[in-house]
Design a protein around this ligand. Structure first.
Ligand code: ATP
Ligand code: MG
Length: 436
């Protein structure tokens, strides 16, 4: 409960937290030491010094009050006690005591003086070097001037300032060291994030042993995943490529046959060729091509125009301004094309729109088809999965790779492909989320 409340005020970044961990003990130590120890020490010293002066002044008061020649006695005692003394008219005594608020020991000095000297009319502590007192003696008002250091030790806040400045300086130095320790963690995070988006950042393990170990583990993992991807690509493209030649031969062979036997076979061959094309496309993967700054609305407008030219019923919906975004243009284009092809295969018309948030943009393709029931959506995203074949029969056979390709592309851009129901058209709504 308490920690949950506290958590919302804690800094989020590693740097902030480290600084907090570093500063909190230093600052609290300083506060405890200065308040509890130093203040008390200075208070005691002040008390002792002041009581000595009180004794001298009390003696001076008594001696002057009883003296036959007060002026002479006063001068003699003033010299003996090293106090500047003189008689002053009673109306020069100030009404109230004077001191400055940042004078930490002034209050204690004044209360000690008032407690010890009955005849004390007023005290003034104009700065940290002088003290002026007005004593009402039997022979008239005496003004006494003393050096401040007779009453209190040099001002404690000098010490406090030194502690604070020194503390800040040392904290700064340790923070600089700490930053060097944190940088490898930060770098590792960046490399991992980039890899998640399909980018290969150069990275070398560095820093403390634990961080280095994590970095080495990340490198191993990255190498293994890259090898996997490479093998998948090689295998799929190898198979697809090698199949093309016999398929072409088959097609040639078929053309020798009679037309009524030939047609269904040719259709099969054509279908196989399309499948192989789909495999090839899938194997090329989402990581193909370099990311470049492109205008998403331009890509989308271009695709929609191309489809419309082929007589496909697709139009633009709401298109928000995004500005240039770093994307792999070819891959994103392929993903959107697959979504639109699905939309017009399973429905009749498609609407493409772009919405944005601060850190991502979303290309949505909606259609008026049957949609995909919620429990089948995760399945539909898997490669080589086709749902409910009965439903799709008259729509031509797909391989089951379209949504998988789009999802791959989204992941390579730090996003995801989400399926839902289109409110406007009643069919499927496919949201291609891409990080920007
Ligand atoms: N817009 C849609 N409306 C209804 N069902 C859809 C829609 N898009 C996809 N599906 C369902 O999801 C399944 C998987 O789609 P996916 O695009 O991955 O493969 P495909 O369209 O069958 O084949 P391919 O796209 O590789 O030619 C489809 O078989 C279909 O049943
Ligand atoms: Mg498809």
């Amino acid at each position: 409960m308490f920690f949950a409340w506290l958590k919302q005020y804690m800094p989020r970044s590693l740097y902030g937290r480290a600084a907090l961990i570093l500063l909190l003990p230093v600052v609290s130590l300083q506060l405890i030491v200065s308040v509890a120890f130093i203040q008390r020490h200075f208070a005691t010293v002040t008390e002792q010094l002041t009581s000595a002066v009180v004794l001298e002044l009390a003696y001076l008061d008594e001696a002057v009050s009883q003296a036959e020649a007060p002026q002479t006695t006063l001068r003699a005692l003033g010299r003996a006690f090293d106090v500047g003394v003189r008689f002053v008219p009673a109306d020069t005594v100030p009404e109230a005591d004077a001191y400055s608020w940042f004078d930490l020991t002034a209050r204690r000095v004044m209360s000690e003086l008032h407690a010890g000297l009955d005849g004390l009319a007023a005290v003034a502590l104009p700065d940290d070097r002088r003290v002026v007192l007005w004593l009402e003696t039997g022979a008239g008002v005496v003004e006494a001037r003393l050096r401040r250091d007779r009453l209190s030790a040099p001002n404690p806040h000098q010490l406090l300032v030194i502690i604070v400045v020194l503390g800040a300086f040392l904290s700064l130095i340790s923070f600089l060291f700490l930053r060097n320790q944190l940088r490898p963690i930060y770098r590792l995070g960046q490399a991992a994030e980039a890899f998640g988006k399909g980018r290969h950042l150069p990275y070398k393990p560095a820093g403390a042993n634990e961080v280095r170990a994590a970095g080495a583990a990340f490198l191993d993992m990255r190498a293994r995943i890259e090898r996997h991807i490479e093998q998948r690509t090689l295998m799929l493209s190898g198979v697809s490529h090698d199949l093309r030649t016999p398929l072409t031969r088959l097609k040639l062979g078929l053309s020798m046959l009679d037309s009524d036997e030939r047609e269904p076979l040719e259709r099969d061959v054509e279908e196989m060729k399309q499948m192989i094309d789909a495999f090839l496309e899938f194997s090329r993967g989402a990581a193909e091509g370099e990311a470049e700054r492109v205008e998403p609305r331009q890509i989308v407008a271009q695709i929609v125009e191309d489809f419309a030219r082929m007589g496909v019923n697709v139009e633009l919906g709401v298109v928000e301004e995004t500005g240039p975004v770093r994307l792999r243009g070819a891959a994103v284009r392929r993903a959107i094309e697959n979504l639109i092809r699905n939309a017009v295969r399973y429905g009749n018309r498609a609407v493409v729109s772009i919405t944005t948030t601060e850190r991502s943009l979303c290309v949505s393709v909606e259609d008026d088809g049957p949609g995909i029931p919620e429990e089948h959506r995760a399945d539909a995203l898997r490669p080589f999965t086709r749902l409910d074949p009965g439903r799709n029969q008259n729509r031509g056979a797909g391989v089951g790779l379209g949504l998988a390709i789009a999802a791959d592309v989204a992941r390579a851009h730090g996003g995801s492909l989400r399926l839902g129901e289109s409110e406007a058209l009643g069919g499927l709504r496919a949201d291609l989320w891409l990080g920007r």
